[in-house]
Design a protein around this ligand. Structure first.
Ligand code: AP5
Ligand code: ZN
Length: 210
């Protein structure tokens, strides 16, 4: 299955992608994770992307399109994939179509802006392996320590309060139009993402028929 996960920052795309990719045995591809890895390694792309990401802006379409082109050409994508957080503009969605990629379903995870702010301000991520936690909803066993690898948990730079508001603004302006874009193509599935993680997963599996 070839899936896209749409939704505001903090809607739970990464959280759900992890469960879905295990269930369907397909890779989850997050442009956010690819960019953060590039930033950590200080590659040319990482250095260029940092200013955009830290301020809550989108990274330019040409950078994202070349990341996706390269990643989808890899062998593990042959039987399907989940795109988490991409496309995020109409130009990126059109580029996917121009690559001849036939998407099966686009899942829009709907969450209110108020909930988004709560989720992102409590998120903690492992500085070593990238695993994601939440101070209230998904706490680590030991404070500030990753359950998986023992790495230290930090606040993502773009999860600072003023940046969260900027990311939400950018989402409503540039990414939300994709809901209509995919509805018009008959691909859109809407999933209520307001409740607990397991509730969203259940709805998601029902709507995907898996
Ligand atoms: P990216 O990393 O994709 O960030 P995002 O879209 O802002 O999404 P998040 O990772 O913040 O949230 P999520 O929906 O995955 O939620 P999560 O599951 O973590 O992108 C970062 C930046 O990179 C962008 O701002 C941009 O600059 C750049 N970028 C990336 N892709 C791009 C593109 N295509 N084009 C241009 N620029 C691009 O959950 C959030 C928190 O809530 C966690 O703590 C989690 O534990 C908790 N949680 C999740 N679900 C629930 C629930 N149901 N109940 C309670 N808590 C929950
Ligand atoms: Zn870790």
């Amino acid at each position: 299955m070839k899936l896209i996960l749409l939704g505001a920052p903090g809607a739970g795309k990464g959280t759900q992608a992890e469960v879905v990719c295990e269930k369907l045995a397909i890779p989850a591809i997050s442009t956010g994770n690819i960019l953060r890895e590039a930033m950590k390694n200080e590659t040319e792309m990482g250095v260029k992307a940092k200013a955009y990401i830290d301020s809550g802006a989108l990274v330019p379409d040409d950078v994202i399109i070349s990341i996706i082109k390269e990643r989808l050409a890899q062998d593990d994508c042959k039987n399907g994939f989940i795109l988490d957080g991409v496309p995020r503009t109409v130009a990126q969605a059109e580029a996917l179509e121009a690559m001849g990629i036939e998407i099966d379903k686009v899942v829009d995870i709907e969450v209110s802006d108020e909930t988004i702010v709560k989720r992102l301000s409590g998120r903690r991520v492992c500085s070593a392996c990238g695993a994601s936690y939440h101070t209230i909803y998904k706490p680590s066993a030991k404070p500030d320590e990753c359950d998986r690898c023992g790495g230290s948990l930090i606040v993502r730079k773009d999860d600072e309060p003023s940046t969260i508001l900027e990311r939400l603004k950018v989402y409503h302006e540039l990414t939300e139009p994709l809901v209509d874009f995919y509805r018009a193509r008959g691909k859109l599935v809407v999933v209520e993402g307001q409740e607990e993680v397991a509730d969203t997963t259940k709805l998601l599996f029902e709507k995907l028929g898996v």
